[in-house]
Design a protein around this ligand. Structure first.
Ligand code: IPT
Length: 952
């Protein structure tokens, strides 16, 4: 078993080659295998023998992770971020090393067995495996998300065969796979027997380029026979001559926006391989990253392979729908964090159109806390493993036009082995630059890349002559970094409610051409579907599976929830990065096409208040001015929609939206309906509202902390020594914002009006807030909120709460919507008339937290089933600001106590919050805090509402 702790990557695996679609005989070994799990690696190896009796074993499907089967009988998933779930003792791993033995009878057809050679291919096994065919050992391999092939010709025969595989959860390779995700052992990608006919094609690389309207193919074919290249749509049919490019004449280029693909075949007499070609040229010119001569701006997502039931087992239909969803949300790029995905994913990216950064399977993040001491990245013993990993990465996927950058890996410190990987890639593929964020000084990579810098720092990177030193750089190194294109390989940590400030990052891209956008961390939550002992299903995160060490819900940081529901953050992203800028100017709208290479002929422009708007096609980078004859007193909303269905969205799908505000009339005086009693009081306190039991308003300064409110923002540590070591949420809890108490100071009646004054404060605190409430018989209420001096913190909100009967279960409103919005995440919100049930108003974040705030509400009707009960009209304060509302089944205090949605208590009350203000969201779970302009300082506020019966 010495091989388990051997840093060398494999014994007996064949050199890497492309994942090819070929007509040679092949046999999928996916399906049920016999399976036995042992707690250590020491079980006898006799199971590899043909005659072994596996009758007592279980069945386990391939592909699968064994911990996601057997309901705990085969162990449970483990989630860690940076921590290694085993002692840091490289290259050794514990004796407690769950080991899965697999066996399968394989009936090999004669055509396959009759090939000159047969290879056995594994597309993904975590973390290391050993293979036997008919009792003969054929090799071992590690590199979980990489493909390995073994020549099994000598052991395989036509008819009955036995393939046996032993898989170890932990191995030396695990030290190189410390990615922030679940540890999920097993044969989790396809297993295939592939026939290699005599005179067949060993490997193909059709490099393409595009210049001045013409395409070029530079074929590299490994075959022992004459090879013909055919591209029917271009009338190409010619014998391939090594090293000679094929000029294919005029072609339509490939881009993420117009992913034009040409079917091609490469054949010998014995074998035909089918590919799809996209013609594009990737190049770095100065500090510009260009494809087909034009600058690319990445509106990207970091994509892990994760599914609540299957883990990293690929499901093509789900993946296609996921990518189509990305396209619908204006995502144009994917970083395959932090390993190559299933090979089919790249076919989908070619076809649907994404700029892809294809990342190697590498991360040694757990060495960071040792000051990178002992990091494999700089240790010669691991050099072969590093090179093997990058070779397998590049060779497998080299034919994809969507891949425009190779990435060496993630968070692995720096060192000679990374430099060697980069040198290998440069020698192998001159057509794509090399990325690695950890090369801070830019010694061996082509792009400058960072994760989670604040907006200010990002801007400084885009600017010349800044005195601000760049992370880890001397002034000279910093100057060199500034000569390169810059991208944010990770930014906008999308954990829970957030992120804020997407628009601030996007704004920089348009002002500083060196900045090429970036990749949000990350696309999906990694929740694993599980259930409580009494059978209530939920999405589990770290700690839900009895792990010894884990990192909690840090794995739930996606723009899409575990059940595929797009978050409000994703809607915000879509609005912020929309490919058209629409600017209202007097009676005109100016439309800029911000796309890379597509004009706007695929779009129709629609006014929501009337009909189509005639807009001539706008070339990329172009602009038109169009007159809109619209009433300035009305809200004018223009949508750019797809004129025809695409592979990813139906006709009419909204690509971009802009809204011109109306000049709003002041709120009309109240119509006092006779006999209507808006308020009833007892002892100076509200007991009934419009005929139903109700209490309030009660001052509420607390919100259930978001993951960002709980964040410590360790990324800022590097650059900001004044960083506080407590989260905003800690500060709020210490100040007692979640446990405010009230003392009634006075109650006064004068005529029809009632005036109360309350002093609101927390135990053991001398700080307070005075709240004056004035009720008028016309149905209006005015709340003045006045903090004492000396509050040291930002506040999560300044609002009031009304407790209403539980059958108040919906709202319709005129104001910003339809989704929740916060001060630094408002771009997706449009003023309009919306309605939703109380449950639809909240987002089911994996860990319950603040949710549901609708900003700038003009009027709000509370409903009970189909009945409109009560309407609140807001009156702007003296600075024209209007409150927002939240309608929820729970208080912030209840929400803050729940770790999962199913832990929220049953509710018989509906809580209405009217907030004069909310604190921003920021990105502090892993990134910058709320931008000062969106931070809520304790301050005096006024809330004015007018109540009226029924609907507005
Ligand atoms: C960064 C990692 O690269 C990414 O994999 C993920 O863990 C992310 O953080 C947080 O969710 S590294 C971090 C130290 C910034």
């Amino acid at each position: 078993m010495a091989y388990i702790a051997d840093p060398r990557p494999h014994h007996g695996a064949l050199p890497a080659r492309s994942w090819l679609r070929s007509n040679a005989p092949a046999l999928s070994l996916n399906g049920p295998w016999r399976f036995r799990l042992s707690p250590t690696a020491t079980a006898p190896e006799d199971f590899a023998a043909e005659a072994f009796d596996d009758a007592g074993w279980d069945d386990l499907p391939v592909p699968a992770h064994w911990v996601l089967h057997g309901d705990g009988a085969y162990g449970r998933p483990i989630y860690t971020n940076v921590q290694y779930p085993f002692p840091i003792d490289p290259p050794h791993v514990p004796d407690e090393n769950p080991t899965g033995d697999y066996r399968r009878q394989v009936d090999v057809p004669a055509d396959l067995a009759g090939c000159e050679r047969v290879v056995l291919r594994f597309d993904g096994v975590e973390s290391m495996f050993r293979v036997w065919v008919n009792g003969d050992e054929v090799g071992t391999a590690s590199g979980s998300r990489l493909a390995h092939e073994f020549d099994v010709t000598g052991s395989l025969r036509a008819g009955a065969n036995v393939v046996a595989v032993r898989v170890h959860q932990w191995s030396a390779g695990s030290y190189l796979e410390d990615q922030d995700q679940w540890w999920l052992p097993g044969i989790f990608r396809d297993v295939t027997l592939i026939g290699r006919p005599a005179g067949g094609i060993e490997d193909v690389w059709l490099r393409t380029s595009y210049t001045d309207g013409r395409g070029l193919v530079l074929p590299e074919v490994t075959a022992d026979a004459p090879v013909t290249l055919r591209i029917p749509a271009l009338n190409i049919e010619q014998v391939v001559v090594a090293g000679e490019p094929v000029d294919v004449g005029e072609v339509a280029p490939w881009s993420a926006e117009e992913p034009m693909l040409y079917d091609a075949t490469v054949s010998t007499a014995a074998e035909t391989v089918t590919l799809r070609l996209g013609f594009r040229t990737v190049e770095i010119r100065g500090d510009q990253f260009l494809v087909n001569g034009r600058r690319v701006v990445f509106h990207g997502m970091n994509r892990h392979e994760t599914h609540p039931e299957r883990g990293r087992v690929f499901d093509e239909e789900h993946a296609r729908e996921d990518l189509a969803r990305m396209k619908r949300f204006n995502v144009n790029a994917i970083r395959t964090s932090h390993y190559p995905p299933h090979p089919r994913l790249l076919d989908l990216a070619d076809e649907l159109g994404f700029w892809v950064i294809l990342e190697c399977d590498l991360e040694t993040h757990g060495f960071e806390k040792l000051g990178w001491h002992g990091n494999p990245s700089d240790d010669p013993a691991w050099r072969e493993a590093y090179l093997d990993r990058v070779e397998r990465t590049v060779e497998r996927d080299k034919n994809h036009p969507s891949i425009v950058i190779w990435s060496l890996g993630n968070e692995s410190g720096t060192g000679a082995n990374l430099a060697a990987m980069s040198a290998w890639v440069h020698a192998r593929d001159a057509g794509r630059p090399v990325h690695y964020e950890g090369d801070y000084t830019g010694d061996y990579t082509d792009l400058y890349s960072r994760m989670y810098p604040p907006v200010t720092e990002t801007e400084q990177i885009g600017t010349d002559g800044s005195r601000t030193p760049l992370l880890g750089c001397t002034p000279a190194q910093g100057a060199r970094q500034r000569t390169k294109p810059f991208l944010l390989c990770e930014y906008a940590h999308a954990m829970g409610n957030g992120p804020g400030a997407l628009d601030q990052y996007e704004d920089l891209v348009h002002r500083h051409p060196r900045l090429h956008g970036g990749f949000v961390w990350e696309w999906r939550d990694h929740g694993i579907r599980t259930s409580t002992p009494d059978g209530r299903p939920f999405y589990g995160y770290g700690g839900d599976f009895g792990e010894v060490v884990h990192d909690g819900n840090f794995v739930m940081d996606g723009m899409v929830l575990s059940d595929d529901v797009p978050t409000p953050g994703l809607h915000e992203f879509k609005a912020v990065v929309q490919p058209l800028r629409l600017t209202f100017d007097g009676a005109d709208v100016v439309i800029d096409n911000l796309r890379h290479s597509a004009d706007t002929s695929d779009l129709r422009f629609v006014r929501r208040d009337s009909s189509a708007l005639a807009v001539p096609p706008i070339p990329p980078g172009g602009s038109v001015r169009v007159a809109v004859d619209a009433d300035p007193a009305a809200w004018l909303t223009i949508d750019a929609v797809l004129a025809a269905a695409t592979a990813w969205a139906p006709e009419g799908h909204v690509v971009a939206t802009a809204q011109r505000p109306a000049s709003e009339a002041p709120v009309a005086p109240a119509r006092v309906s006779s006999g209507w009693r808006p308020f009833e009081f007892e002892n100076g306190s509200l007991v009934r509202l419009a005929g139903r039991p109700a209490t309030g308003p009660r001052l509420e300064l607390f919100r259930a902390p978001t993951d960002n409110d709980e964040g410590l923002s360790d990324r800022i540590e590097d650059s900001d020594e004044s960083r506080p070591d407590v989260s905003s949420a800690d500060v709020w809890r210490r100040a007692g914002l979640d446990r405010l108490t009230t003392r009634r100071v006075s109650v006064e009646r004068s005529g029809d009006a009632l005036r109360t004054v309350d002093r609101v404060a927390a135990a053991d605190s001398a700080l307070s807030v005075l709240m004056e409430t004035i009720w008028s018989a016309d149905g209006s209420v005015r709340v003045e909120i006045l903090p004492s001096s000396g509050w040291p913190t930002v506040w999560p909100r300044i609002g009031v709460r009304f407790d209403l009967p539980g059958d108040v279960d919906g709202a319709s409103w005129f104001g910003l919507g339809p989704h929740e919005s916060y001060p630094d995440s408002m771009r997706a919100a449009q003023v309009g008339h919306y309605r939703a049930t109380i449950d639809e108003l909240s987002v089911a974040y994996a860990r319950p937290q603040e949710t549901g705030h609708r900003s700038q509400v003009r009027s709000l009707t509370l409903t009970s089933g189909d009945d409109a009960w009560l309407t609140l009209t807001t009156i702007p304060d003296t600075r024209g600001r209007r409150p927002g509302f939240t309608l929820s089944r729970h208080t912030p205090q209840q929400i803050a106590r729940a770790a999962h949605p199913h832990e929220l208590p049953p509710s018989t009350t509906s809580y209405l919050f009217i907030d004069a203000a909310q604190h921003g969201l920021g990105s502090r779970a892993c990134g910058p805090d709320v931008w000062p302009g969106f931070a809520l300082r304790p301050e005096a506020r006024t809330i004015r509402l007018r109540f009226s019966p029924g609907a507005a």
